[in-house]
Write a protein that binds this ligand. Structure first.
Ligand code: ADP
Length: 322
């Protein structure tokens, strides 16, 4: 193998740059040429790429987002779009492709490798942490710390005004961010897609907290498919027990920012592992980290199996709300 390519796809996540750096410099250490496609699959189909030598990735390990850019590309879901991508890869002499992204991106590269001889390896980069085959995905730790800082600030105001706040966080169909920040931020309750929400029960918890003399309450809510669900919950609780509340939808402030040390190290290890996997002839796999060990998981499992949220931690939130 002489040439490999790297791209970032889907939602950006802090640590993607650190991962690209690791891919590029690990590739160079293996004597490989590395190129980088801009704007995810969109740039791949358009042949928009740049050579990436070790100096091209200087001074990016600490930067959020992805300097290569990213995109969502409906065209790549079709065979014609992927045909364009295969032509580009073949003309550029690319034998191995590394894609940093989420489950959608993994489905995309799995379709691609069934239609050509190019090898491909996925690296989990998403703040949602909803990927099977790795304890955490790149960007999760940074997003959790960003959200936590916001919750600490909201707590100051909530306590000063003796208020109830609903704080909506990202996570799509997974409550990993919500549960982590709920525990770390001392939330009174956490609403996750993995457990049914009983409005009467939630309202009772909140009204009981008030009666016990708590000066403030914070409920963390996972956004789910449609952002804004926290407004509905707030209205339902008001209708149930008459409690007024404020709603904060954190939105896109959760995605950016300088990656934490944990995310930089994870990104670095997985970037290097992805290059090793390609060099060893692996394809159709995702590199992840489980119990501090690099683990390869077939791509269909990475998107097809559900990473389980530890629901005992959810009840601990209630216990500790005191
Ligand atoms: P993420 O990788 O973060 O989950 P998306 O779901 O937006 O982000 O997927 C990124 C890109 O991957 C999409 O724009 C599309 O080009 C490709 N993709 C997503 N789902 C599929 C699919 N089922 N089959 C083929 N390609 C897909």
């Amino acid at each position: 193998m002489k040439t490999i390519a790297v791209l970032t796809s889907g939602g950006d996540a802090p640590g993607m740059n650190a991962c690209i750096r690791s891919v590029v410099r690990s590739g160079a250490a293996h004597g490989l040429q590395v190129i980088g496609f801009r704007r995810g699959f969109t740039g791949l189909m358009a042949g928009d790429y740049i050579p990436l030598g070790p100096r091209a990735v200087a001074n990016i390990i600490q930067r959020g987002g992805t300097f290569l850019g990213t995109s969502r590309s409906p065209e790549f879901k079709g065979t014609e779009g992927r045909r364009k991508a295969i032509d580009v890869l073949e003309k550029a002499g690319v034998e191995g492709l590394i894609v940093i992204g989420g489950d959608g991106s993994f489905r995309g590269i799995y379709d691609l490798i069934r239609e050509c001889d190019i090898r491909a390896v996925g690296i989990p980069g998403t703040i949602d942490n909803d990927i099977y085959g790795t304890d955490v995905s790149i960007g999760f730790d940074t997003a959790v710390n960003t959200v936590l800082e916001a919750i600490d600030r909201i707590r100051d105001t909530a306590a000063s005004h003796e208020r109830l706040f609903f704080v909506e966080v990202m996570g799509r169909q997974s409550g990993f961010i919500a549960l982590e920040v709920g525990l770390a931020g001392g939330a009174e309750a956490v609403v996750v897609p993995e457990a049914p929400t009983d409005i009467k029960q939630l309202s009772k918890v909140l009204i009981d907290s008030q009666h016990r003399g708590k000066s403030s309450s914070i409920v963390i809510v996972t956004e789910g498919d449609e952002p804004g669900v926290a407004f509905t919950l707030a209205e339902q609780v008001k209708a149930c027990v008459g409690m007024e509340s404020r709603v904060v939808v954190l939105g896109h402030i959760q995605r950016g920012g300088s990656p934490t040390a944990k995310d930089r190290v994870l990104a670095t290890l997985l970037g290097a592992a992805a290059v090793t996997a390609l060099v060893e002839g692996k394809t159709g796999v995702m590199v992840g980290e489980i119990n501090n060990m690099v683990v390869l998981t077939p791509l269909p499992e990475a998107w097809g199996k559900k990473k389980i949220l530890d629901l005992s931690r959810l009840s601990l939130v209630g216990t500790l709300a005191g």
